[in-house]
Write a protein that binds this ligand. Structure first.
Ligand SMILES: NC(=O)c1ccc[n+]([C@@H]2O[C@H](COP(=O)([O-])OP(=O)(O)OC[C@H]3O[C@@H](n4cnc5c(N)ncnc54)[C@H](OP(=O)(O)O)[C@@H]3O)[C@@H](O)[C@H]2O)c1
Length: 397
């Protein structure tokens, strides 16, 4: 018997890397379900390559196309949001949650209800609905495993029996493509420049989040919920080489770090094998070729998002929902050429700061608040762009 694997978001950067890892473990693992939103061609290709039991495309209008592409194979085909939810609920031994954004929240919760292993790359649901996700896992008995390289690093070196002796966790940040840029340079940054991450090859949304360092802001909130640590025990340090993926400092002064190449297949392989280790296909570090490991403080003036994340945690859950929702909208508007790079955070902050309403508890209330904040962010962008002194000025990607 081999272990079944579902990949929610298999056509994305993390999803494709997960498939690569699973295919390298054919003796012990098989693909159960693969899902995508629009990319029929890659989904069909992946399903054929892995003999997937099921392939689901979120966009219902693409059902026939997927069916034709998989005609003559044993893969069951389905389409639409309900089919995605059904597939997620039917979680096999291991599910990789690799959808981007809040669109993944309901699917993540559906996978958790089955009480199996759920590896979480999709950080936005943890940011906006951390307590809900953690409580769902407690209720079903599901094992949640962090895939984000920083959280996976902390998970690997955090001795659960000594958690009370943790002084702090230290999340490392590469600093992104604009680490040495001035604010003036960032104001004129194009999507192409912002997408060009120096160390990691990732999907567009997280690449832009890395350039604004909002990715680290989201990760602080993610760590707060995932590890149950107060914000004062979570620190961020810039480490441009991305060799140390994060650290845990204990009260005796010992600091434990996890290191590895900038290759998401390392945390993915770790979660797939957990609690054991597997032979993985990831790149290896050659320490002889690394001349220095350096560390810097975050410059809050040029990258204000991280400090703002701490304020959001203090303000309560509504602020984190608003931060995530407004940021998702602003990133997509930047990629579409409708706002400038530094406006991403400016808009996000104004939505959080002007969010007078409070979100209720529970999934429906969180989704409703998320939607409200998106509507406000879109309205704010329309208003900025219609005023003569702030015209849309960016080139479309
Ligand atoms: N990339 C990394 O190295 C990395 C590292 C750490 C954490 N993460 C986190 O992992 C998540 C995925 O990142 P990524 O870079 O892999 O993203 P990505 O390359 O953009 O892939 C996103 C995946 O989600 C699917 N998707 C998009 N919208 C959807 C919707 N509304 N409903 C259902 N599926 C949808 C996409 O399908 P289509 O292809 O059909 O559009 C694709 O399979 C993010 O939360 C990110 O922050 C990523």
């Amino acid at each position: 018997m081999t272990r079944g694997v579902s990949i929610l978001g298999s056509t994305g950067s993390v999803g494709a890397a997960t498939l690569d890892v699973v295919l390298s473990q054919k003796e012990t693992h098989h693909i159960d379900t693969l899902t995508a939103h629009n990319n029929v061609a890659l989904l069909a290709d992946q399903a054929k390559k892995s003999n997937a039991k099921r392939a689901v495309i979120g966009n219902e209008s693409l059902y026939q196309e997927l069916r034709s592409a998989l005609a003559g194979t044993k893969t069951d085909v389905a389409a639409g949001r309900t089919a995605l939810l059904d597939a997620a609920k039917d979680a096999p031994d291991y599910t990789m949650a690799a959808i981007v954004g809040m669109a993944g929240l309901e699917l993540l919760l559906a996978a958790i209800t089955r009480g199996k292993c759920v590896a979480i790359a999709n950080k936005e649901p943890l940011v906006a609905a951390g307590p809900l996700v953690m409580q769902a896992a407690q209720k079903s008995g599901a094992t949640l495993l962090p895939v984000d390289s920083e959280h996976n690093a902390v998970f690997q070196v955090l001795d659960q029996s000594q958690k009370h002796m943790v002084q702090k966790i230290i999340l490392t940040a590469s600093g992104g493509p604009f680490r040495n840029w001035t604010v003036e340079q960032m104001e004129a940054a194009t999507p192409e420049q912002a997408l060009a991450h120096p160390n990691w090859n990732m999907g567009p949304k997280i690449s832009i989040d890395s350039a604004t360092m909002t990715n680290k802001a989201l990760e602080v909130i993610e760590a707060h919920h995932f590890f149950g640590l107060p914000p004062e025990k979570i620190e961020v340090v810039v480490h441009p080489q991305s060799v140390i993926h994060s650290m845990v400092e204990y009260t005796d002064g010992s600091v434990l770090a996890q290191m590895g190449a900038s290759d998401m297949r390392i945390p993915i392989t770790h979660t797939l094998g957990w609690p054991n280790r597997l032979n993985g296909p990831a790149q290896r570090i050659d320490f002889k070729k690394i001349s220095a490991l350096t560390f810097e403080e975050v410059d809050d003036r040029r990258f204000p998002a991280i400090k703002f994340a701490y304020d959001c945690i203090k303000q309560g859950p509504s602020a984190s929902i608003a931060l995530n929702a407004a940021n998702e909208v602003a990133v997509s508007e930047f990629l579409a050429g409708r706002i400038g790079f530094t406006e991403i955070f400016a808009i996000t902050r104004s939505i959080v700061e002007n969010g007078k309403e409070q979100a209720g508890d529970g999934l429906e209330a969180i989704l409703a608040y998320d939607e409200l904040m998106r509507t406000k962010a879109k309205a704010c962008i329309l208003e900025r762009n219609s005023s003569s002194d702030s015209p849309p000025k960016r080139k479309v990607l």
